[in-house]
Design a protein around this ligand. Structure first.
Ligand code: SF4
Length: 88
């Protein structure tokens, strides 16, 4: 999957949901690059702004999009940990 395809997939993911992509395109672009770099290096589309511990269990929690509505940042700021998805 290339950058444009991943961006389209994220846009589709936000359709009919109570969140959207961060309107800051540079921020989204940075996260796109990070996720794709992780995929190249680790074989999974891992979150670029959270720490891996090398275990499969942790990696599975870090696949983007993750279960971000459980994050404190969602309750407090209305966004995923990285600020990729934000409340509408
Ligand atoms: S915190 Fe945001 S960028 Fe990171 S995996 Fe979750 S949804 Fe993706």
């Amino acid at each position: 999957m290339n950058k444009e395809e991943l961006l389209e997939a994220w846009k589709r993911f936000t359709e009919k949901n109570d969140f959207r992509l961060n309107p800051d395109k540079e921020h989204v672009d940075m996260i796109l690059d990070g996720v794709l770099a992780n995929e190249k290096e680790h074989g999974l589309k891992l979150c670029p702004c959270r720490i891996r511990d090398g275990t499969r269990e942790r990696d599975l929690q870090l696949i983007c999009p993750c279960n971000f509505k459980t994050h404190e940042t969602w309750a407090e700021k209305g966004q995923c940990w990285c600020g990729l998805f934000v409340k509408r």
